[in-house]
Design a protein around this ligand. Structure first.
Ligand code: 13P
Length: 251
């Protein structure tokens, strides 16, 4: 199996203000800076990115955004472009299920965002995942494969891509996928990459997200196709997030 450096990425969502965001990243740096063998990423709200990046500068903690515009500039009220983020972030989450559900983002739009990010030297963390009705109907694998393929239409910068399988039913519910379920679906994601870019499939990192915490992370990380986690709630507590980093660092 290809050796892939695990990733622990924290999606702060619409949490933290400027002061608490700065404090949070400083605590994470204090607890986790020395842990090696894992890529550590925090994704604060846009308004805090600059200050959080400043606080993390010189550390091993990287900063990402939670979204990015596919457009370069112009009349797009409220949007943030890659050129605004360049130099501040190393990664950008695209296609999170909350944005797909609440903002109506389509896979076509997600693909355009991923391409724009990669072109700016920002690694996309591309999210896909089925909801409960799809899973109950037994269609999770087909749905996720189709959603990922559509979200990668026209994408070609395979070295920078990170995929995050996040089943909607596991997000914020406290009910994580079992490690078997997560393995099965991250393997599906890897096979989609293999179909599109055979040479890249064994090096692209595929993360699991959905109620990851210090109690379940080790078991999830034992799975061969799970290369880390995209974390919501547990990323808002420095000690908990640092435990996830420590677990992945020793994978
Ligand atoms: P939770 O870890 O809070 O379930 O959120 C997962 C998520 O949506 C990360 O992007």
């Amino acid at each position: 199996m290809a050796s892939r450096i695990p990733v622990i990425a924290g999606n702060w969502k619409m949490n933290t203000d400027l002061e608490s965001g700065i404090n949070l990243v400083k605590e994470i740096v204090a607890l986790s800076n020395a842990v090696s063998g894992v890529d550590k990423i925090v994704c604060p709200p846009f308004i805090s990115i600059s200050s959080v990046a400043q606080s993390a500068s010189g550390s091993t903690v990287q900063v990402g955004s939670q979204n990015v515009s596919a457009n370069s500039d112009g009349a797009f009220t409220g949007e943030v472009s890659t050129s605004m983020l360049r130099g501040l972030v190393s990664h950008a989450i695209v296609g999170h299920s909350e944005r797909r559900a609440l903002n109506g983002e389509t896979s076509e739009q997600v693909a355009a965002k991923a391409i724009a990010a990669a072109e700016a030297g920002i690694s996309p963390i591309l999210c896909i995942g089925e909801d409960l009705s799809v899973r109950k109907a037994g269609n999770a694998a087909t749905f996720v494969a189709d959603q990922l393929e559509a979200s990668l239409a026209g994408y070609s910068d395979w070295n920078s891509l990170i995929v995050a399988y996040e089943p909607v039913w596991a997000i914020g519910t406290g009910e994580a996928a079992t490690s078997e379920q997560a393995q099965e679906m991250t393997a599906v994601c890897r096979e989609v990459v293999r179909k599109l870019a055979p040479d890249a499939a064994d090096s692209v990192r595929v993360l699991y997200g959905g109620s990851v915490n210090s109690g379940n992370v080790a078991e999830l990380l034992t799975q061969p196709d799970i290369d880390g986690a995209l974390v919501g709630g547990a990323s808002l507590k420095a000690d908990e997030f640092s435990k996830l980093i420590a677990a992945a660092g020793s994978k």
